[in-house]
Structures are given as C-alpha cells and as structure tokens.
Design a protein around this ligand. Sequence first.
Ligand SMILES: Nc1ncnc2c1ncn2[C@@H]1O[C@H](COP(=O)(O)OP(=O)(O)OP(=O)(O)O)[C@@H](O)[C@H]1O
Ligand SMILES: [Mg+2]
Length: 325
Amino acid sequence: MSAPIIRVEELTVSLNTDDHQRNIIDSISFDMFPKEIMGLVGESGSGKTMTALSIMQLLPKTIKICGGSIWYEDKDLLKMTSREIRTIRGNKIAMIFQNPRMALNPLMRVGDQIARAVCLHCEVSSEKSKSMAVELMSQVGIPDAESRARSYPHQLSGGMAQRVLIAMMLACKPKLLIADEPTTGLDVTIQAQIFKLIKEIQSEIGVAVLLITHDFGVVSEVCDRVGVMYAGQIMEISSVIDVFTNPKHPYTQRLLKSILRVDRKSDLDTNKALSPISAVFDSPGCRFASQCDCVRPECLWERPKIYTDSPGHSVYCFNYSRDNK
Ligand SMILES: Nc1ncnc2c1ncn2[C@@H]1O[C@H](COP(=O)(O)OP(=O)(O)OP(=O)(O)O)[C@@H](O)[C@H]1O
Ligand SMILES: [Mg+2]
C-alpha cells in the first residue's frame, strides 16, 4: 500500500470559554491514502467539521488544537509557519463547504473567480486563464459555460454554485479535497449529480477525498472507507463493505440499526436519542459508554485501546481487547 497522503495522529482540539475547557475532538487518529474517498460520518456535533478545519487550520478563534500531529506527506502541518500553511492550503489541500455561495465573492463574476484561481496556480496570461476557466466550468458539467462565466454567484442555483467551487478546486490541482456536506440544501437529484461529479473527478485527477456526511447511504455509494465519529472520538474505521456487513462498535451497530428502522431515511439525526449530550464530552473514557448496551466498568474511566479486527478495520472498544475475550 502506498504511503498515506495525510496522517492525523492523536489530534485533540479544545473549545475554551472563560470557565471551561472542553475537548471537542479527543485524540483521534486516521490515515488517508492517495486517490481514495474516505467518509467521515457522525451526528451533529460529533466533530466532523472541526476535524476538517483542523486539517485546513481554519478553526474559529475560541477553538485550539492542543495535541497531536497532522502529517501531510512527511511534514507536520501543525509545526508549519502560517506562510507555509497558506501554500499547502489551496495548492495541496482544498475544501468545499455546505454553502457554496458563502465561499464565493458576491461582487465578482464566477468566470473571473475561477480565472483568478487558475492564475494563482499556472503561469498563463489573463486571456488564457479566462478560456481555461470556461473549460473547467464545462468539465464540471455547467451547461453553456461561456455565458454562465459572466454570472454573479446570486444568479446561480445552489447546485451550479457548488460546481463553480469544484471548478475552482480543479484549477488548484490539489492532492486532497475535503468536502464538508457539499450537498446540504440541494434537492435529491442535484445531490446525486454532485456526488457523481466528485467521484468522476476523484478517478480522473486522482485526488483523495475526505467526504463529511450525515448520510450512511452516501457513504455506501461514494466512499471506499469510512470513519465513524461520536462526540469527538473515532469509534470505528473500516472499509465500506466491512462497516455494513460486520460493524464492530456498539455505536456503529446501533446507527446502522436505526437507519434500517427509519426505513430509507438515512439521516443520522433522525435518531435524536443517539445525539451526544454535552456531559459526555467531559468523560475520560469512551464517550458512548453512558448509552452503550455492552458497557464495561473500564469504559467509563479509560479510553479504549484500538483493536484491529482485520487489516484496515479498527475499532476503539474494550469489548474486543484481548483481556476481555
Ligand atoms: N464556532 C464554534 N464555537 C464554539 N463551539 C463550536 C463552534 N463550532 C462547533 N462547535 C462545537 O464543536 C463541536 C463539534 O462541532 P462540529 O461543527 O465539528 O460538528 P459536526 O460533526 O460537523 O456537526 P454537524 O453535522 O452539525 O455539522 C460541537 O460540540 C459544537 O457545539
Ligand atoms: Mg459540520
């Protein structure tokens, strides 16, 4: 197997208020390999966006990384200067967000915005960058790209605006694309088209994709591997096939059951009872322990060690550690 493109090691991220420090990400580790699509699933508040923003180093001011490393190839992003980070961000790692219009400049024609991204990454004349922008827009499936290039963001639908952002991302030729719920708010047909586009781009330009979603259905259709998060901890990481056929962590098992129960509604938040309550963030052990049917005394005070079920399938749960067998 090739070397990971990104390696997150024991990343801990805390939210600091006047009277409290809470680890909203609690020592998570995962690798991503070139050209793979890895899903990160979890309910609202489980820390998916904060994981992505830690990689991008775009965390809000009150939230700080307080431990761990994020290796990009052989460099720790957390030890880089802000100038070095800026070179990685956009060039090597790009991110698309839930609300594409917020990420675009409302006062600039979208073609010019893409052309500007082209100029930042390729040494071409301004005339050439404009024609390349139109080509990129056609490549991401924007019909009548030449005239659409003259539109302002508010003149585009949400789906088209997301395609414009994907075209900008293509201009940067990144090695890793982070897509944080890129289809929220779009209707189902457009969602499917955007995921199809992401998959096509991944196979054509060989970019690795970290796809953040609530939706296990999307994971099954789009991803190669998946990490399951709960209240800032990773519970299980596995191939998509293994997670559906052989889920190990009691939380993953319960999630999958809840998806079947709600009959085709795969949004994790449909099962509110599973949502992390704020008290669990202060637990020194497994944050799912208070809701777990298989809880052991040690789950409440000790962080479970990693258990590897098979190559590529890891679970953080005392029920599988050797001593408990
Ligand atoms: N700007 C912020 N200031 C303070 N706390 C925040 C902020 N953004 C998120 N949090 C807290 O950080 C934790 C992780 O949030 P995060 O946004 O990463 O969750 P998420 O898994 O992306 O959820 P969602 O699915 O709703 O997008 C939550 O407890 C949340 O309340
Ligand atoms: Mg989020």
